[in-house]
Write a protein that binds this ligand. Structure first.
Ligand code: AMP
Length: 499
């Protein structure tokens, strides 16, 4: 079944009711969401693209951005969300790899994105966060109804670019069935209700904001308070009207750093959910003390959706800090070793990496389990036996404020800079972002490196969230007998550098 058909079947009867409440902007009703997505779907269908053609969307978060996602599903095409922070070379890579047929971008970026899109034969339209742009103009005359394309569960719905520790990002192919099964499982697990109000402050170019949060609310027929990004004061202003907050751990540390974040502010909230990166036990405990609420931590990834969750209902077990709970119904999790690599199987597990059959094969075991790259174990002291705890990442991925930073990519950039002999980027703890990158550089003989200057150069070439927070220059990098840089030693050496 088309995921949109499933979502729409759960929209409330009261279609003139507000679906997206947009503070400081124009709210959208359920009718408007359905009609807006129908118009865009009508336009997409008129292009005569083959099933499976990609629609790339490096757009700002807006109601129309969500409509574009739904429209792509409705038309049977593949939605490729991208962060607007990406620069020229990054988008060139994604476009080259995914070869989208349509690219939608903010008008302020049109001058440099259009040539990149043209290079892969895509047409470009614009969409701005103030409900303007050429996309809306070309769609305006299409009808507000559209016969959503019916298709089997196995058809691709989205391409989500993810972890690339040994190179660039890979496109995780997610089917309608993958996304629907995960949304349905979470609907039951987290007790979604039609009178819920989700405070939505996550980006919608990532699994968390788009598939976990937005799909969850749409499937419940529940309203979202739709904000462009997380801001502590704004969150505190809207929390009294919300029943659910989904966030990365940074949301919770920032809320706790604000004295006006009190028990009263959280009175209506029924559940605070955290994921995408490890929630520190200190944050879990401090949150309990401040608000009386126990954060529900869950674990998942672009390739597989949400895999494990702490229980929502007390009758199903305790929410244990430092754990990510038990596997969702239908998900099989096994751990090879103690701790060891977490391997998973289930209806949410993706269909492979786009255009990388060999890489896909490597990441699956012979009996069909996906190797997550995360290390973990079951149980523990005072923890139920079927709860999973994550102890680290097998890969060297850095998760900074919920965003993935791939050290290899940053190192490749650093190594091209004048005077840089070699580099190693490692993640170190940071009180606000959870983790940030530290770049350790070795200068070419005779060269003098200026960290301030290097940071300024990086800022012109990479998205902000990827920029290391510190650059240090050393005589040589620690290496093992095989000549591999020992990143574990660097992590240890710089672990307090940004605390
Ligand atoms: P992404 O594909 O961007 O969602 O990143 C997935 C990765 O985020 C996982 O493989 C984990 O390493 C990490 N992750 C997600 N949720 C958690 C969590 N609750 N605790 C620790 N790591 C997490």
């Amino acid at each position: 079944m088309n995921l949109y058909t499933l979502l729409e079947s759960r929209f409330p009867q009261d279609r003139p009711a507000i679906c997206l409440e947009v503070p400081g902007g124009r709210d959208s009703t359920w009718d408007e969401l359905a009609q807006g997505s129908a118009r865009i779907a009508g336009w997409l269908a008129s292009l005569g693209l083959p099933q499976g053609a990609r629609v790339a969307a490096p757009v700002e978060k807006s109601p129309e951005g969500l409509m574009l996602y739904l429209a792509t599903l409705r038309a049977g095409l593949v939605f490729l969300p991208l962060n607007t922070a990406y620069r020229d070379s990054e988008l060139a890579y994604f476009f080259g790899n995914a070869t989208p047929s349509v690219v939608v971008c903010p008008s302020k970026n049109l001058s440099w994105i259009a040539p990149l899109a043209e290079a892969v034969g895509a047409r470009t339209e614009t969409l701005d966060d103030d409900s303007t742009g050429s996309l809306l103009e070309v769609c305006a005359d299409f009808p507000g109804t559209f016969a959503t394309v019916e298709l089997p569960d196995t058809v691709l719905a989205s391409l989500l670019y993810t972890s690339g520790t040994t190179g660039r990002s890979k496109g995780a192919m997610l089917t309608h069935g993958n996304l629907a099964s995960n949304a349905l499982a979470l609907h039951d697990c987290w007790g979604w209700r039609s009178d819920d109000v989700l405070l939505h402050m996550l980006p919608i170019f990532h699994i968390h904001g788009l598939f976990v949060a937005a799909n969850g609310a749409l499937l419940a027929g529940a309203k979202m308070i739709w904000l462009p990004k997380f801001d502590t004061k704004v969150a505190i202003q809207h929390l009294p009207h919300a029943t659910i907050l989904m966030g990365v751990p940074t949301f919770y540390t920032r809320l706790l750093s604000e004295p006006s974040f009190t028990r009263e502010v959280c009175q209506r909230v029924r559940v605070f959910i955290s994921g995408s990166a490890p929630l520190l036990t200190e944050t879990f405990t401090a949150f309990q003390e401040r608000t009386g609420h126990t954060i529900l931590e869950r674990y998942g990834m672009s390739e597989a959706g949400i895999l494990t969750s702490n229980p929502y209902l007390a009758t199903d077990g305790p929410r244990c800090g430092g754990t990510v709970g038990r596997p969702l119904p239908g998900v099989s999790v096994r751990i090879q070793g103690e701790p060891g690599m977490i391997e998973v199987k289930g209806p949410g597990v993706f269909a492979g990496y786009w255009g990388m059959p060999e890489k896909t094969k490597e990441e699956f075991t012979d009996d069909g389990y996906f190797r997550t790259g995360d290390l973990g174990h079951f149980g523990g002291e005072a923890i139920p036996d079927d709860y999973v705890s994550i102890v680290g990442r097998g890969k060297d991925l850095i998760i900074s404020g919920g965003f993935n930073v791939y050290p290899k990519e940053i190192e490749s950039f650093l190594d091209t800079l004048d005077g840089v002999e070699e580099s190693a980027v490692v993640g170190v703890p940071h009180p606000d972002f959870g983790e940030v990158g530290v770049a350790v550089l070795v200068a070419k003989p005779g060269a003098v490196l200026d960290p301030v200057q290097l940071l300024a150069t990086l800022k012109t070439q990479l998205a902000n969230f990827k920029i290391p927070k510190r650059i240090v220059v050393v005589d040589e990098l620690p290496r093992n007998a095989m000549g591999k840089v020992q990143k574990n030693l660097l992590r240890e050496q710089y672990k307090d550098a940004l605390l």
